[in-house]
Design a protein around this ligand. Structure first.
Ligand SMILES: Nc1ncnc2c1ncn2[C@@H]1O[C@H](COP(=O)(O)OP(=O)(O)OP(=O)(O)O)[C@@H](O)[C@H]1O
Length: 693
């Protein structure tokens, strides 16, 4: 096994060349070949073959040995060698070797399947060592020897050629085996390398994974060297410093944002409060408006009921007046017809009979309409005829109208002149009722005429002064005063001890004066001074508001009622007299009228004057240039009288306002005045407030 293939073949070649007698002492073989026995050569050959076959089997090509037609040359040579060996060991071979002849085995060349085809000749079989040859055999021996020698040479040449061919094939196979070994080794190495590389990569990944896991979840990195620890510590300190700096910066930014947030929260809170306040304020306003609307609706309902009552009262009053007038007319005609022409009624019979006192003047009508022109200019006034039965001619929007009135006061008429017409009235108060009211557009002098300034008092102070003067100190009448305001269609008591409340107006019995104001207070007026104080108090309580045309104008109707009753018993019912002094609210947006090019110069009645003057702007004023009527203007439509209660009360037969019950001597309601003589919250003077009095 320690010999290489070429050396082994060299030995085999030498062995074949020295195939002499086994002892070989005289052989021509050389040195070493002679020293190797045949058996030993065969053993070496077998070992070589086993090694060769093992090597080929390990190379994965043992199947090549069994393929048909591809008998390995090694087997061929081996089989021939074995055949030669068998011949040499046979007696004939021994004899041939002993005779110094070449063997003449009838050995055919190896068959393709490697089997040795050995055909023994009869002579060959007879030439068995130790057996004697026959004669025939003796005679044929030279020919056979020559054949054997030729055969031997041929066989020898054949074996040598095959050995040479086998040698070449072995060398080729050796080279191929080397290549195969090298290739297999290279392939395995590569596979191994690849496998190891993969394992290495897997191990690397596993190691990296384990390292990461240990860094994150493990007990920490393994202890490092002090230098590394120091460097890591420095790095960590740097990172810590950066983190602290970042934290400080974030804290500062957070502080700024907190301040901004607080500011925003404050602004939001303030906005919420403002919004809440606004909402509450608007809600309160809406509640107020709603309450006002409800009150107005209730007032409208009440006013509607009152108006129905007034219409009913007016109708009844008209019917009664007509019946009375018919009776008076029939009485007067009867009296005149009984006396003949030129007959005058006797002195005592100048009036109607008993039961109809003072009715004759009413034949002229119980309404007097007086016109007072205010100083100033008025574009609608054309001409004026002052005095009793005077006329006023106006031109408004191209239409001329002439009105005849009971009295016309010129613009320069004084308060005394106007009041003189009313000074006789208080004397006839007993048993009747008188109503004086002013009526006109705002700023035309109604309040001025009724009240007047303190230095130049108007109708009310002068009439009341005249009334008290006539009654004298030991008067026989008891005077009571009430004062109401009709504002926004609500009736309020201007002299109520408490806060002013809305009073209800009802239709009462005709015997008690018809219209009644429930809960209205009536105050005793002992003297003129007290009367002035109470009037002042009532005026101060009157609701006033500014308007565009007159800053002092009143938006309410003021009604002062003075009642006179007999102070000594017996008090006969029906003997009370009442004086109503009314300052109506002014008419503010003049009512438009259709433009008319025609001019009318006929005289209109006082009632027409009243109707006309209701909506005329500047109804009183200076005279316009005569003969130049104002140019036509387009039609303007404006609201008329805003409320039913603003109608002229004179047309309603002067309803008498009375209380539903007699006024007690002392107010039933508690007086807020304290007994410590503090200023009266009502503004009443000493002796007027019942507690102080
Ligand atoms: N005859 C007059 N002489 C002098 N001044 C007058 C006269 N009439 C009115 N005035 C003045 O005209 C202004 C308006 O008068 P007044 O307040 O009496 O009008 P009014 O009709 O009562 O108005 P309102 O209807 O708004 O209450 C007042 O300053 C008043 O002094």
């Amino acid at each position: 096994p320690d010999l290489s293939a070429p050396e082994l073949w060299t030995e085999l070649t030498g062995l074949i060349g020295s195939s002499e007698p086994e002892n070989g002492s005289e052989s021509g073989a050389e040195g070493r070949a002679a020293a190797v026995s045949l058996e030993e050569a065969l053993l070496r050959l077998a070992e070589f073959l086993s090694v060769q076959l093992g090597a080929e089997e390990s190379c994965g090509s043992p199947a090549d040995l069994g393929q048909s037609g591809e008998v390995p040359p090694l087997l061929t040579v081996t089989s021939q060698l074995l055949a030669l060996l068998a011949w040499l060991r046979s007696p004939r071979g021994r004899q041939a070797v002993l005779q110094g002849t070449q063997p003449a085995p009838r050995v055919r060349p190896p068959t393709p399947d490697g089997s040795t085809s050995q055909e023994e000749s009869p002579s060959h079989l007879a030439a068995v060592p130790g057996e004697p040859l026959g004669d025939e055999a003796q005679g044929q021996q030279p020919l056979q020897l020559e054949d054997d020698q030729r055969e031997w040479q041929r066989l020898e040449q054949l074996i040598l050629g095959q050995l040479e061919e086998l040698k070449q094939q072995l060398e080729q196979q050796e080279e191929e085996l080397g290549r195969l070994r090298l290739g297999v080794g290279a392939t395995d190495s590569e596979k191994r390398v690849q496998h190891l590389t993969l394992e290495n990569e897997a191990l690397k990944q596993s190691l990296s994974l384990m390292r990461d896991l240990l860094l994150h979840w493990g007990p920490g990195p393994p202890t490092r060297a002090p230098q590394e620890e120091a460097e890591a510590l420095v790095e960590l300190q740097g990172r810590l410093q950066e983190a602290q700096d970042t934290t400080e910066a974030l804290r500062a930014q957070l502080g700024v944002q907190e301040v901004q947030l607080q500011g925003l929260q404050g602004a939001l809170q303030q906005l919420q409060q403002e919004t809440e306040q606004n909402c509450r304020r608007e809600l309160l306003q809406m509640h107020g408006q709603l309450a006002g609307l409800r009150a107005r609706m209730a007032s409208l309902r009440q006013g509607c009921g009152d108006l129905r009552g007034l219409v009913s009262t007016f109708t009844q009053s008209c019917q009664g007046s007509l019946s009375e007038a018919r009776g008076q007319v029939s009485w007067a005609l009867g009296a005149l017809s009984s006396g003949g022409p030129g007959t005058q009624l006797p002195e005592g019979q100048q009036g109607p009979p008993a039961g109809c006192p003072g009715r004759l003047p009413e034949l002229k009508g119980n309404i007097r309409v007086l016109c007072r022109l205010r100083p100033g200019t008025s574009s609608s006034l054309v001409s004026v005829e002052s005095g009793p039965g005077g006329t006023v001619t106006t031109c408004y929007r191209g239409r001329h109208r002439r009105f005849r009135l009971d009295w016309v006061f010129p613009p320069d008429a004084s308060q005394e002149e106007v009041t003189a017409c009313f000074c006789k009235l208080p004397a006839s108060l007993t048993g009747t009722g008188v109503c004086i009211f002013t009526y006109g557009q705002t700023g035309t002098g109604k309040t001025y005429s009724m009240e007047g300034p303190p230095e130049d008092p108007g109708i009310v102070p002068r009439a009341l002064q005249s009334l008290f003067r006539e009654m004298g100190a030991g008067r026989q009448h008891r005077v009571t005063l009430s004062m109401v305001e009709i504002y926004n269609e609500a009736v309020r008591d201007l002299l109520a001890p408490g806060p002013p409340e809305r009073l209800a107006v009802r239709q009462g019995p005709e015997a008690q004066g018809g219209i009644q104001v429930a809960g209205l207070t009536h105050w005793d007026v002992p003297n003129l001074e007290t009367l002035h104080q109470m009037l002042k108090l009532g005026r101060s309580n009157r609701a006033t508001a500014a308007t565009a045309m007159n800053q002092r104008s009143s938006r309410s109707h003021a009604l002062v009622t003075l009642t006179l009753r007999a102070a000594t018993p017996p008090r006969a019912p029906g003997t009370a007299g009442t004086l109503h002094l009314v300052d109506l609210a002014g008419s503010e947006s003049p009512r438009g009228q259709r433009t008319s090019g025609r001019q009318s110069a006929h005289s209109s009645s006082p009632s027409e004057w009243v109707k006309w003057s209701w909506g005329q702007p500047g109804a009183a004023g200076s005279r316009a240039p005569p003969g130049r009527p104002p140019p036509s203007v387009p039609t303007l439509r404006s609201p008329g009288p805003p409320a039913p209660l603003r109608r002229p009360l004179a047309a309603l037969h002067v309803p008498v306002l009375t209380t539903a019950r007699a006024r007690p001597s002392r107010p039933e309601r508690a007086c807020p005045c304290s007994p410590e003589w503090r200023p009266c919250p009502w503004g009443l003077g000493p002796g007027l407030c019942w507690q102080r009095r």
